[in-house]
Design a protein around this ligand. Structure first.
Ligand SMILES: *Cc1c(COP(=O)(O)O)cnc(C)c1O
Length: 380
């Protein structure tokens, strides 16, 4: 089998299109002529399926090593499609903390559908006792946002399956380049393609992938039923952007390690938090199930710091939510990405108000470090 980058670049064969164009055409049509003798043509109406979106889905499935991938207008479209499989009377176990949008879906939308969401504060403690016959799905992010706690996907997949539940992993932080949950037993992966897959801060997109024909059927039906689909132009752009995922992640990860080393050695920094830093067990799991730490980490300034002065003096980093792009971003999760959380949940799930989250881009690392160094001076 070809390597990751070769697969990503050559997922769509030019010999499949009329002119052997090296990039697929963008099909803008909303509707497609149908055979008058009955039956359906290959495409009927673009909400249900569109040739450009299909090419993207083919490419995303190959990148993930999955049988099926379905694309959505946003990452939340993918999360909603996966969690939307649950029916009235069923229960979702949600490994906390999760991204604010996933939290909103679990606390606002699922209850309206008669689905109960139960939070699990520490996935390492998850056991058979947490399951009853209503539990049909476990949803987790690893590493978590923004506390970077690591869950053992293989162990939780076994536990879920033994108890008749599906495992859904939000793999946005790692991407299939660094971590492949389906190969570790997860039933569905979802990702915000707005982040690393898109990678340039200029499009919103989501993807869900699975090896199960029945689950794929439900995930595709959600496009038709809910209409949360990606426009053909966005599908085309994402198709192009994912080709460079591997090299972007390599550079982002390299930069992140150097930036973390700098912060760890600075007196103005109290703590640096990254995938596996919580304890020896999580370090071992991260090493076993992923190809690195990714390019996202959190840290706390030393006591007495003026956080606003720190943020105000940054010039290369932008103070903004989101992550995974070529540009470095920095944010305060408690009031931004996790703004939907209740006070109690922020406390309970360890999203401290002084936690600063850093998403490292592909700039020259010396410039990133110099920017932080200057801002740290301004903070004290
Ligand atoms: C951003 C994000 C989402 C939601 O994606 P959108 O594209 O913004 O809808 C879901 N999960 C995680 C982990 C995210 O970071």
């Amino acid at each position: 089998m070809a390597g990751f980058n070769t697969t990503a670049i050559h997922a769509i064969d030019p010999r499949d299109n009329e002119y052997r164009a090296i990039v697929p055409p963008v099909h803008m049509a909303s509707t497609f002529g149908q055979p008058t003798e009955g039956g359906e043509g290959p495409f009927e109406y673009s909400r249900g399926g569109n040739p450009t979106r299909s090419k993207l889905e083919e490419s995303l499935a190959k990148i993930e090593g999955a049988k099926h991938a379905s694309a959505y207008a946003t990452g939340m479209g993918a999360s909603a499609a996966a969690m939307g499989i649950l029916k009235s009377g069923e229960t979702l176990l949600m490994g906390m903390p999760v991204y604010g949008g996933n939290y909103r879906f679990g606390t606002i939308e699922l209850p309206k559908r008669g689905v109960t969401t139960r939070f699990v504060a520490d996935m390492a403690e998850l056991s058979d006792e947490d399951f009853d016959e209503t539990v049909k799905m476990v949803f987790l992010e690893t590493p978590t946002n923004p506390t970077l706690r690591v869950s053992d996907i293989e162990r939780i997949a076994e536990l879920a399956h033994r108890n008749g539940a599906l495992l859904v992993v939000d793999n946005t932080f790692m991407t299939p380049y660094l971590q492949r949950p389906l190969e570790l037993g997860a039933d569905i992966t979802v990702q915000s393609a707005t982040k690393y897959l898109g990678g340039h801060g200029d499009l919103l997109a989501g993807v869900a992938a699975t090896n199960s024909d029945e689950l794929a059927d439900e995930l595709f039906k959600s496009q038709l039923i809910n209409g949360n689909i990606m426009a053909p132009t966005e599908a085309y752009r994402l198709l192009q952007n994912v080709k460079t995922l591997g090299i972007r992640m390599d550079r982002q990860q390299q930069n992140a390690l150097k930036v973390m080393d700098f912060l760890k050695g600075h007196d103005g920094v109290a703590e640096v938090i990254y995938a596996g830093s919580a304890n020896e067990r999580e370090r071992e799991i991260q090493q076993r199930q992923a190809q690195g730490l990714g390019a996202l980490f959190s840290f706390k300034l030393a006591p007495g710091a003026n956080t606003k002065a720190f943020l105000d003096s940054l010039e290369v980093f932008t103070f903004a939510v989101s992550l995974g792009g070529i540009e470095s971003l920095i944010c305060l999760p408690a009031t931004m990405t996790q703004g939907a959380y209740s006070e109690e949940h922020l406390k309970e799930f360890g999203v401290d108000t002084d936690l600063i989250r850093v998403a490292v881009g592909i700039e020259d690392v010396e410039d990133l470090i110099a920017d932080l160094d200057k801002a740290l001076s301004a903070a004290f």
